[in-house]
Design a protein around this ligand. Structure first.
Ligand SMILES: *[C@@H]1O[C@H](CO)[C@@H](O)[C@H](O)[C@H]1NC(C)=O
Ligand SMILES: *[C@@H]1O[C@H](CO)[C@@H](O)[C@H](O)[C@H]1NC(C)=O
Ligand SMILES: *[C@@H]1O[C@H](CO)[C@@H](O)[C@H](O)[C@H]1NC(C)=O
Ligand SMILES: *[C@@H]1O[C@H](CO)[C@@H](O)[C@H](O)[C@H]1NC(C)=O
Ligand SMILES: *[C@@H]1O[C@H](CO)[C@@H](O)[C@H](O)[C@H]1NC(C)=O
Ligand SMILES: *[C@@H]1O[C@H](CO)[C@@H](O)[C@H](O)[C@H]1NC(C)=O
Ligand SMILES: *[C@@H]1O[C@H](CO)[C@@H](O)[C@H](O)[C@H]1NC(C)=O
Ligand SMILES: *[C@@H]1O[C@H](CO)[C@@H](O)[C@H](O)[C@H]1NC(C)=O
Length: 390
């Protein structure tokens, strides 16, 4: 621990520029978390944390929905610069999450398994990792309703609830189908994306957070928000999930309307950022955030998820101009996030072993804000790896 802090201060002295070598810093910060994981006998999975605390709020390997992002950051570190030690750490932290693959009680099985085992399989191609992915995909598929033509997100006795975040869980089904040639898994994911494309967007391509369907006849009951500012507003992280999710859906299906929707949702973000030079979104695009009104926090996780999506989306862009613009924006967002303004780094009193702060869970102010979020760190490091591999 002392040696790590010393190493951190060396980095500070040696680098005069404002943009920080985040992957190098990630391996410092996440070594601390890895040793906390070891000390806890494998039960510590960081979920979110206050920058002035020295401890994250944590879950276990089979609890909650964020536990995949800790292994995910470690896999991003491996993808960037594999060493014997970084590989061992990633495997150690991923392994205990396998049991979650049998969980049919939540749609988040997609987030959990793809961030850990999904990356592990992509990088190492071990069949035992594929087995976990396929098991998890079958678990997720049990939540599909052929009447609603969607996977159930939240369990509720009163309605069939689908949230925009659920687009991210489709990667599990698409990947399992791609590997096993099980067309049922593909069809479920395709149907979910297709219905979501029609129901979750307004005409300007902003998104609703929650759509409640009638399970008996599949009709829409209502559209509202759970984590955003208002039912009519656009929750920033939800919009980022939309861009990222439709980009993934296009990756596997090559279905043009999915690409068009990803581009439409991305254009909404790009035209609603704070300014042309300030690219880190507030927590909701419609939350009033000018000086005459009360404080509104940013959501760095929404910015990171969007930047990572934009790198992949740029590769599918139909014109060179659009491709260049998406890539330039992705780089600019990553650069803005990679400064002491948003990183747990530098001379503030920040103590948490983390990368980003100023994440907002939503809704503000009821839920934690100006905090580190496991998914903020995961998608920031994913964006950096994607940019480095272009
Ligand atoms: C990769 O990690 C090794 C071991 O920590 C380090 O010596 C090397 O400089 C790193 N390479 C890059 C490109 O960061
Ligand atoms: C899921 O449950 C089955 C049946 O109990 C078991 O054989 C399998 O090992 C479990 N899978 C994982 C990844 O834990
Ligand atoms: C896609 O969804 C729309 C709207 O719900 C529906 O009309 C259409 O039939 C769906 N397409 C397929 C191939 O199921
Ligand atoms: C759901 O649809 C069924 C059949 O059309 C109808 O009887 C029921 O009232 C609907 N429920 C709600 C909450 O709209
Ligand atoms: C799916 O599988 C095929 C080989 O069966 C492969 O060529 C393709 O790249 C895979 N991935 C995607 C995203 O479709
Ligand atoms: C919204 O996205 C659709 C594609 O789904 C596109 O045709 C449309 O032009 C976009 N609308 C705006 C206002 O950008
Ligand atoms: C601040 O935002 C409110 C609500 O959106 C608006 O009514 C007001 O005109 C804005 N004031 C300034 C100075 O932009
Ligand atoms: C980031 O969070 C800190 C509190 O931890 C706050 O003082 C600061 O204003 C926030 N930064 C932005 C740009 O909102």
């Amino acid at each position: 621990m002392t040696a790590l802090l010393y190493f951190t201060s060396l980095l500070l002295v040696c680098r005069g520029v404002s943009s920080i070598d985040v992957m190098r810093y990630a391996s410092v910060q996440y070594s601390i978390l890895y040793y906390e994981f070891v000390d806890s006998s494998g039960t510590f999975y960081p979920s979110y944390g206050y920058p002035l605390d020295d401890e994250w709020k944590s879950t276990t390997a089979t609890n909650g929905w964020t536990q995949g992002f800790f292994p995910g950051v470690l896999w991003n570190i491996v993808a960037y610069n594999a060493t014997r030690e970084s590989l061992k750490r990633a495997i150690d932290v991923t392994t205990p999450t396998a049991a979650f693959a049998n969980n049919t009680g939540t749609h988040d099985v997609g987030f959990v398994i793809m961030s850990g085992f999904g990356n592990a399989y992509r990088l190492l191609k071990l069949s035992e990792y594929l087995d976990v992915i396929v098991t998890a995909a079958r678990s997720l598929a049990t939540r599909y309703s052929p009447i609603v033509r969607c996977i159930r997100s939240w369990n509720s006795p009163t309605g069939y609830l689908v949230i925009i975040d659920n687009m991210m869980n489709l990667e599990l089904l698409f990947e399992a189908s791609n590997q096993t040639k099980d067309q049922t898994l593909y069809n479920i994911a395709w149907q979910h994306a297709n219905r979501t494309m029609y129901e979750h967007f307004r005409s300007d391509n902003s998104s609703y957070h929650v759509v409640e369907y009638n399970e008996t006849d599949g009709s829409v009951v209502r559209k509202y928000t759970a984590q955003g500012y208002a039912d009519w507003s656009t929750w920033s992280r939800g919009q980022s999930w939309a861009v990222h999710g439709f980009t993934i859906a296009y990756r596997y299906t090559k279905y043009q309307p999915f690409l068009d929707k990803a581009i439409g949702a991305a254009n909404y973000v790009l035209t609603h950022l704070p300014s042309s030079t300030d690219l880190v979104t507030y927590w909701d695009y419609d939350a009033p955030h000018n000086s005459t009104l009360a404080y509104q926090p940013r959501d760095t996780s929404a910015a990171a998820i969007f930047a990572s999506a934009l790198v992949e989306l740029s590769q599918y862009a139909p014109t060179c101009n659009l491709k260049d613009s998406f890539l330039a924006n992705a780089k600019a967002i990553v650069d803005q996030l990679s400064t002491p303004q948003y990183l747990i780094y530098g001379d503030k009193d920040y103590k948490l072993p983390a990368l980003l702060t100023n994440g907002t869970m939503g809704p503000y102010p009821k839920s934690p804000y100006d905090v580190s979020l496991a998914y903020g760190d995961y998608y920031l490091t994913q964006a950096i790896v994607r940019l480095a591999k272009l």
